[in-house]
Design a protein around this ligand. Structure first.
Ligand SMILES: Cc1ncc(COP(=O)(O)O)c(C=O)c1O
Length: 445
């Protein structure tokens, strides 16, 4: 068990626990009962300004059977600030730092990101566009799923969206149709998503499903640049999610900018997302080093990339995971333990249909579990393999072979750190479980 995890309940003099839990316990109980749970699936305890352990303590005390997402607003602001400090700080007018909202579209998360200075949102669908338009002006809406219904383009056009990603000639025609008649000075930008090799990514976002080949991209750029088409042109790339090799970005940027230069220039380039998160103790990805490498590679290759008609040249980065993953901790109740002859099982208040769908979608995706013991006992020492049984009644709803302290028991909690990206966002309502409770708080630590 990592050292910074307190036993639960925390001891009186545990320096990690902020605030005085005994004095405020009663107030908290009343607060949670009266204000939070009955009115929505979200409890806002941020005015109490406690840290993570304080928030956990209060919530588990008030209701230990619920599943909680603890969201640190201050951490999200710091993540945005880090991007602003290290992604092309020398080009503030050209760069656009946008948040891939699919990672976590919770309203509170989007609002904090927007207030922290994000320039816009990478949206995959019209409904995402609609939601994002509550937080940013139309110039901050980037419609990036390469396949779009004509109707979605038309509705986005009505919202004044001007940035559309495609991967084929028919995609270009779709955007031209959906934005017709486009007026001089208000033309749509049609961005071609390039297939970019991403062998070092945990999730392939480029070669497996989306993207245009170099030949296709060049033909499309020629069409957009040389025919009298009523649109600006752009290029985008994506080196996959959780990419463990910063050089993959540099290679992608070199490839994308070379095509742009040789085809008469573009109005924008987009380097995608994919910056990795440190999920496990052995992970040692340096986010600053990634941003510096990406920025340097853009600087090295930028000359001649933008076309003459680029009125407002843009360089876009659109991470999701590295903005939100480490801002959220997931705490799940263990509802029952059952040992059988050949296996040990824990029935938990979450599952494959909720936070852990990636274990099925991206088959070998793993999670880092900690245990919060209910009675303050020490759980260090021997570990055993457990099956985690999800709370739906589907037998396929299980995570097999999770190593946990041997004496883990009913009433303890599982704690998953870095749970902000692609977990709650992918949850379904299958079996209508009680919704997880979202608990925003502010802590600089
Ligand atoms: C087009 C696009 N941009 C950005 C991202 C964000 O990737 P990540 O969360 O790895 O930064 C994704 C993820 O699916 C994507 O599809």
């Amino acid at each position: 068990m990592p050292k910074d995890i307190p036993s639960y309940p925390p001891s009186e003099n545990d320096p990690l626990v902020e605030g005085c839990r005994h004095q405020i316990k009663k107030t908290q109980k009343e607060y949670l009962k009266g204000v939070g749970r009955q009115t929505s699936d979200s409890i806002d305890i941020s005015e109490l300004n406690g840290g993570l352990f304080s928030a956990m303590d209060k919530c588990l005390e008030a209701d230990p059977e619920e599943t909680y997402f603890f969201f640190n607003e201050a951490k999200l602001r710091a993540n945005v600030e880090l991007l602003r400090e290290h992604f092309l700080p020398d080009m503030p007018d050209r760069r656009r730092i946008i948040y891939a909202m699919k990672a976590n579209p919770k309203s509170k998360v989007m609002k904090v990101a927007a207030d922290a200075g994000i320039d816009g949102f990478d949206c995959a669908t019209y409904r995402e566009i609609e939601k994002a338009s509550n937080y940013v002006p139309p110039s901050g809406l980037f419609f990036n799923h390469p396949i779009k219904k004509l109707n979605a383009v038309k509705r986005a056009d009505k919202k004044s969206v001007r940035y559309f990603t495609v991967q084929s000639r028919s995609g270009i025609e779709n955007v031209l149709k959906g934005t017709f008649p486009a007026h001089e000075g208000d033309l749509p930008e049609i961005v071609i998503r390039l297939q970019t090799p991403n062998p070092d990514a945990r999730i392939d976002l480029s070669t497996a499903k989306y993207g245009a080949s170099e030949k296709e991209a060049r033909e499309m750029l020629r069409y957009l640049n040389n025919q009298r088409v009523n649109a600006f042109s752009g290029l985008s790339m994506n080196v996959g999610s959780q990419n463990t090799n910063p050089e993959a970005f540099a290679h992608g940027i070199e490839y994308m900018t070379r095509i742009a230069k040789e085809e008469g220039g573009v109005c924008s380039i987009n380097v995608g997302g994919g910056i990795p998160v440190n999920y496990f103790e052995d992970d040692n990805f340096d986010r600053v080093a990634y941003l510096q490498r990406i920025s340097q590679s853009i600087r090295d290759n930028l000359e001649g990339v933008f076309s003459q008609n680029a009125i407002e040249p843009k360089i876009i980065i659109e991470p999701g995971r590295c903005i939100v993953a480490d801002t959220i901790d997931l705490v799940i109740p263990i509802l029952e333990r059952k040992d059988r002859e050949n296996s040990k099982g824990l029935y938990i208040g979450d599952g494959i249909f909720r936070s852990f769908s990636d274990s099925v979608i991206h088959r070998d995706w793993r999670y880092s579990f900690n245990v919060i013991p209910k009675d303050g006992r020490i759980t260090e020492g021997e570990e055993e393999m457990f099956n985690l049984y999800g709370e739906s009644c589907d037998t396929g709803d299980q995570l097999i072979g999770v190593s946990l302290p041997a004496d883990v028991r009913e009433g303890d909690h599982l704690w998953v750190r870095n749970a902000g990206a692609y977990m709650s966002a992918q949850a379904s309502d299958f079996n209508s479980p009680d919704p997880s409770i979202f608990v925003p708080y502010n802590s600089k630590s």
